[in-house]
Write a protein that binds this ligand. Structure first.
Ligand code: FES
Length: 169
């Protein structure tokens, strides 16, 4: 029986909430990255509407804030799915069928890497080794690793996650 995680809970974005979340970083030179992490942890992504507020807070131009946000691929620019699904693309997993698994997952979810499935459940991301090579091919859902994932096993996992997301609403 696979253990399923409940979806991460994020607050709905509002400029007011965003300002409150990052206020403590004011006047801390170089704290923009920390503020961006804080926004992502609170809302699941960094909303475009927060850019002018961040520029003001750190006394930077909007272009500078944009530059930093897009340089670090860790920062999402759009609302994430209920789960972040990372599919390992590194060598050990590739040798054990990760290419076919990735294709099957993309088809099942109807989206590509860096996109979110239409039902809003999964944001799909590539990852390069999850430290779970002995159980290749591996995927990670939020912080939970799953090994020896076949397309069939993924279907089963996806249904369980969908049910868990429904139940936690
Ligand atoms: S190569 Fe995929 S978990 Fe290490």
């Amino acid at each position: 029986m696979m253990q399923v995680v409940t979806p991460a809970r994020y607050q709905e974005f509002s400029l007011e909430r965003a300002t409150l979340a990052v206020q403590r970083f004011k006047d801390q030179p170089g704290a923009l990255i920390e503020a961006l992490h804080e926004l992502q942890a609170t809302f699941g992504y960094v909303d475009e509407a927060a850019m002018p507020m961040l520029a003001k807070l750190f006394n930077l131009s909007r272009a500078e804030v944009h530059g930093v946000t897009s340089f670090y691929h860790d920062f999402r620019r759009s609302k994430p799915g209920a789960y972040t699904l990372r599919v390992c693309q590194a060598e050990a997993c590739q040798a054990m069928g990760a290419v076919e698994l990735t294709q099957a997952i993309k088809e099942q979810l109807g989206c590509d890497f860096h996109q979110t499935s239409a039902d809003g459940l999964f944001s799909l991301e590539p990852v390069y080794c999850l430290g779970n090579c002995a159980c290749s091919p591996s995927v990670m859902v939020d912080q939970q690793n799953y090994g020896r994932v076949t397309p069939e096993r993924f279907q089963e996992l996806a249904s369980m996650l969908a049910a868990s997301a429904k139940g936690s609403n």
